[in-house]
Write a protein that binds this ligand. Structure first.
Ligand code: ZN
Length: 466
């Protein structure tokens, strides 16, 4: 066990609320040790997450150590368990932020986890109450400390000022700091979104074409599996497969790129998915899901847009609640994120965006009707949190019913996934072709000179045929 030599706080994030809860629960815990029943770990490029599940809430202390960079969590009243023994072997390889983990009893009743880091990080820890099949969870998210090289976003986000190094190990004195969830953008700087068209025979020097950005959001992920098929298919895996196919097809289009909200199996809060699209100044947002219903005979694909005044049907309301529960299941610091989103949304009219979302939804729905039967013949509306970007046309595609055994089989089928992805892309192309004004508006915002030649060829072709 490494003896702490110097302790400082610049990146220490402790949630006052959690600390308070921990203090309150301490007297009860003092009498009986808790065991860690399950450990889950999700390394990813945005952030890495470690989840410890226990029968009782865990009391912990988190602090960082330098030279080399380490993150230490002391868990009080925790006894050694098989799950903890397994933990060390699970962590490190392929993780961009955590190099390895050691666990052991630090002193009687205190288990210490030491995470060896690959560099400076911003950790955040929070507790989740039992929900569904999950027990009490202590969640550690390890974010990179330094935001990517994106001056516009850095300014907009207001970077967290580093506090002065402090040698005291009393973490209760550390200020709770908002996790800098906006700092892990892995996309290129905004200025790279504009590329020069070099068409032969034209004078391109004043002509700029803006890269069209489509954000594709594979629903669920990590701790949140989404819906289950009777044969064990998990929605989170299907959504990622289809989303990746959509991305490949969009990236193949000239001057157009797709960015995934997640590219592997990890959880992203709903608000963060929306924020990511907004930071990218995305032209469109498409969330991909696979439906489930209590009745196994429910079937067909659906396309949803955000409802203006609540869900249009009881079923839509039910579904919206289920999808919005993702944050509860997947694990999110409820409160801070919600307030942020709420502030952004207040006083912003979504009328124009909703009209565009409807057009986008119709275009996608009509393409999907060639691939699968439709659950309803029209766009449905519901209060999905993930569709709430006030300025980005957004739709949610329920690709099929994973709860229907026949459709579950199709969702696992390569050809079906590919056809579904092609249909979504065809709908997107159709939408852009019939709504070039959408792109133009974004261009105007970017103070670019608009010339017909600034549209990519695939769009000009599509406009000619639509
Ligand atoms: Zn879903």
């Amino acid at each position: 066990m490494v003896k702490p030599t110097a302790i400082h706080f610049p990146n220490l994030t402790v949630w006052l609320r959690v600390a308070l809860a921990a203090c309150l629960s301490l007297p009860m815990l003092a009498w009986s040790a808790t065991s860690i029943d399950a450990v889950r770990y999700w390394p990813a490029s945005d952030y890495s997450r470690l989840t410890l599940e226990s029968s009782k809430p865990l009391t912990y202390k988190l602090f960082t150590l330098n030279n080399p960079e380490r993150l230490v969590i002391d868990l009080e009243n925790v006894e050694p368990s098989a799950a903890m023994q397994e933990l060390a072997g699970k962590i490190g390889s392929g993780d961009p932020w955590i190099a390895g983990l050691r666990a052991g009893m630090n002193r009687p009743g205190v288990m210490r986890l030491v995470l060896d880091l690959r560099g400076e990080v911003k950790p955040t820890v929070f507790s989740l109450k039992p929900v569904g099949e999950y027990g009490n969870r202590l969640v550690l998210d390890v974010y990179p400390a330094k935001p990517q090289d994106d001056p516009i976003n850095a300014a907009a986000n207001g970077q967290i000022p580093d506090s002065k190094p402090d040698n005291k190990a009393d973490i209760a004195k550390a200020e709770p700091v908002k996790p800098n969830v906006t700092a892990q953008i892995d996309e290129a700087p905004s200025s790279d979104k504009y590329i020069r068209l070099e068409k032969p025979g034209k004078k391109p020097q004043f002509q700029m074409a803006r890269l069209i950005t489509v954000v594709i959001d594979p629903g669920h992920g990590g701790e949140d599996p989404g819906a289950h098929g009777v044969n064990g298919t998990l929605e989170k895996n299907i959504t990622l497969e289809i989303a990746k196919r959509v991305k490949t097809k969009i990236d193949a289009l000239e001057n157009t790129r797709a960015v995934l909200t997640r590219d592997s199996d990890y959880f992203i809060p709903l608000a963060e998915r929306v924020d990511k699209a907004r930071r990218l100044n995305a032209d469109l947002f498409v969330s991909i899901h696979a439906d489930a219903f209590i009745r196994p005979d429910a079937r067909g694909s659906s396309v949803f847009m955000l409802s203006e005044h609540g869900a249009t049907s009881a079923a839509a309301r039910w579904l919206a609640k289920k999808e919005n529960d993702a944050d509860m299941v997947g694990g999110v610091n409820v409160g801070v994120q919600d307030k942020n989103l709420a502030r952004t949304l207040i006083d912003l009219s979504q009328t124009v965006t909703n009209d565009d979302s409807r057009r986008l939804g119709k275009a996608v729905l009509s393409e999907i009707s060639d691939v699968n039967r439709l659950h309803k013949g029209h766009i449905e509306e519901a209060g999905f949190a993930v569709l709430k970007a006030p300025d980005i046309p957004s739709i949610l595609v329920e690709t099929a019913f994973i709860s229907n055994p026949e459709e579950e089989k199709r969702l696992n089928n390569d050809a079906y996934q590919d056809k579904m992805a092609s249909a979504i892309v065809a709908g997107i192309k159709k939408y852009f072709a019939s709504n070039p004004a959408t792109i133009r508006a974004k261009l105007a915002l970017s103070a670019c000179v608009i010339l017909p030649g600034s549209y990519p060829d695939w769009l000009l072709e599509q406009m000619a045929t639509t």
